[in-house]
Design a protein. Structure first.
Length: 109
């Protein structure tokens, strides 16, 4: 009895980017990033979308259950309806739009 080696060619589909970058609804570049920030509320979090190309900035308060993709969908909806302005101002008011820090490292005490 010859042992048959099962040769299974597994086709691994390479998922190159696990949805870290999205297509910006405003300029169309794949440079839109979405990050989350904790809020005081345990039911909501702050989603922050930024585009590295056109500097779109968008903050949305969303339920914690939402995923990046969900947020992205919301943002594209807003963009579609031309309502991006509604979320373009930071949720937390810490100074006007003074600094343009890349890493938003806010420290709240
Ligand atoms: Zn853009």
């Amino acid at each position: 009895m010859a042992r048959r080696r099962r040769k299974r060619i597994k086709q691994v589909r390479k998922v190159r980017k696990p949805s870290n970058y999205f297509q910006c609804p405003r300029c169309g570049a794949m440079t839109l990033t979405i990050s989350f920030k904790k809020l005081d509320s345990s039911n909501e979090k702050l989603a922050i979308a930024k585009c590295g190309t056109c500097h779109l900035y968008c903050e949305l308060k969303v339920p914690t259950t939402l995923d990046k993709v969900d947020v992205y969908n919301m943002i594209s909806d807003l963009a579609y309806e031309n309502r991006l302005d509604e979320c373009s101002r930071p949720y937390s008011e810490e100074g006007e739009e003074g600094e343009e820090g890349e890493e938003g490292e806010e420290q709240e005490s």
